[in-house]
Ligand binder design. Structure first.
Ligand code: ADP
Length: 445
């Protein structure tokens, strides 16, 4: 779509949806969030137990030692930097490791330690002496399956006899042979084929069945049905572990079909706030002016990393080219990139190889990059009708409780309509947005 290329001046006025980056699908957001994550999301809320087993009381553990794990597995856990269980792990782990095994449905937002919990449970349930699959873990996409597999590989560093097999596109097993790895991590369709059509493993030997990212599964055509068909092949005694970041009716219906009579644990999501954010605006006349302000800000901020949001991909591209020409280490994340390219952009940014990430609304929701200290709205977030988009504003610059440190948000505004939008945003959140003079070095401190 190169219609009016090379005329970036048309940009601020025209704001058609075809020029905007579409938001990424939930599976990709979840993946990118995993890529940029450097630690746990902590929560001020308490675990809610929505259904319990009256015969076995729930309890929580404050240290991994209390779980009586195999020493080589415990060593792997500590080596990953996990000193103490996260909130969801405190309650989920004793339950996942209990004997007789119990089924669990757990919901908590991304980053709270669900994957680490079920990977630990999977690994500790495996009998390394037996050379056939005993655990099946379903993920909605190829990339998410690989992420989970990598956590399992890391955690089992000191368990050389535990092995994992991916059941994802591109992976093949020789016809007529049997899988010897104890753990299968894959997507529903492929796992179902391997179990039924090719009989690469015997589902009757599966002791643990994990269903991860269930909320993404329910939105994917066929996944529920395939997962359910796999589930029906498993023995009665198989332990079911069901995880989701959200708790909708659809998800719960799916949950109860996969894991009936489970204990249900919920951790309410931590809301984003602007409480620790200092908000500013800079008066600009036009796009070039905004660019100058940006470079001044950038020069004044030597620590940390910055994220810059533009309304359209064309504006984002223009900005990145300008900055790159002047020798700034800047990178662009746009909707046109492939999944692999997006992963690599975010990987590099997280590692600090680039200090500035320019993006559009592809990243506005659900992605927190913890080390970002300054967020710049090169364009204010507006809806297609040029109404203020409060949600997007909050998602771009708001922080959840885990960020103790303060953040800075700077809005570059030009023209009366921008000022009007800014005023509305200020009133909506009841938080002052102060004027910043970027020519004045004192203001930048
Ligand atoms: P979720 O599956 O809920 O998204 P993860 O299990 O992926 O959460 O955990 C989020 C991040 O926190 C990961 O970087 C993971 O390595 C880390 N993590 C998980 N459990 C712990 C723990 N007990 N202590 C410290 N870090 C942890």
């Amino acid at each position: 779509d190169n219609k009016n290329s090379n005329d970036p001046t048309a940009e601020t006025q025209s704001n058609t949806s075809s020029e905007e980056d579409k938001e990424l699908p939930a599976s990709e957001k979840s993946l990118l969030q995993k890529i940029v994550r450097t630690g746990l999301v902590t929560s001020k809320h308490d675990i809610e137990v929505q259904r319990r087993d009256p015969k076995s009381p729930l309890y929580s553990i404050k240290s991994f030692e209390l779980l009586k794990l195999h020493p080589s597995l415990l060593k792997g856990v500590y080596e990953m930097g996990y000193n103490a269980p996260s909130k969801i792990q405190e309650t989920a782990l004793p339950l996942l490791l209990a004997n007789p095994p119990q089924n669990l449905i757990a919901q908590s937002q991304s980053g709270t330690g669900k994957t680490a919990a079920f990977v630990l449970a999977m690994l500790s349930r495996v009998d390394p002496e037996l050379k056939y699959p005993q655990v099946v873990c379903l993920s909605p996409t190829y990339e998410l399956a690989i992420q989970t597999g990598e956590v399992a590989a890391k955690m089992s560093t000191y368990c050389p006899n535990i092995n994992l097999r991916y059941a994802v596109r591109g992976e093949d097993v020789e016809k007529g042979s049997k899988i010897e790895e104890q753990i299968i991590v894959g997507t529903p369709g492929k796992v179902l084929d391997w179990a039924t059509k090719y009989k690469f493993f015997n589902p009757k030997n599966i002791k643990v069945f994990v269903l991860d990212e269930a909320d993404i599964m329910v939105d994917t055509q066929g996944h529920q049905d395939q997962s359910f068909r796999i589930r029906k092949l498993l023995p009665e005694t198989c332990q079911m572990m069901f995880f989701s970041a959200t708790y909708t009716e659809d998800v719960m219906r799916f949950a109860n079909a996969i894991a009936p009579m489970s204990v249900i644990l919920r951790l309410k999501r931590e809301e984003e706030t602007l409480d620790n954010i200092r908000q500013y605006y800079v008066n600009c006349n036009n796009k070039e002016d905004k660019y100058d302000a940006l470079v001044n800000i950038y020069g004044g901020v030597t620590i940390g990393q910055a994220m810059i949001f533009c309304q359209t991909k064309k504006m984002a591209l223009w900005l990145v080219n300008q900055m790159a020409e002047q020798g700034h280490a800047v990178t662009l994340l746009s909707g046109e990139l492939t999944v692999q390219q997006r992963i690599s952009v975010l990987d590099r940014f997280r590692e600090g190889k680039e200090k500035v990430l320019v993006t559009t609304n592809v990243l506005s929701r659900g992605i927190d990059i913890e080390q970002v200290t300054i967020v710049i709205n090169f364009d204010l977030p507006v809806t297609v009708n040029r109404e203020p988009d409060y949600d997007t504003y909050l998602h771009r610059i708001g922080r959840t409780g885990r960020f103790g440190k303060k953040g800075i948000a700077i809005n570059l505004v030009s023209g009366s309509s921008d000022h009007f939008v800014l005023k509305q945003i200020e009133e909506h959140f009841c938080k002052p947005i102060e004027c910043l003079n970027t020519d004045n070095a004192d203001d930048m401190e």
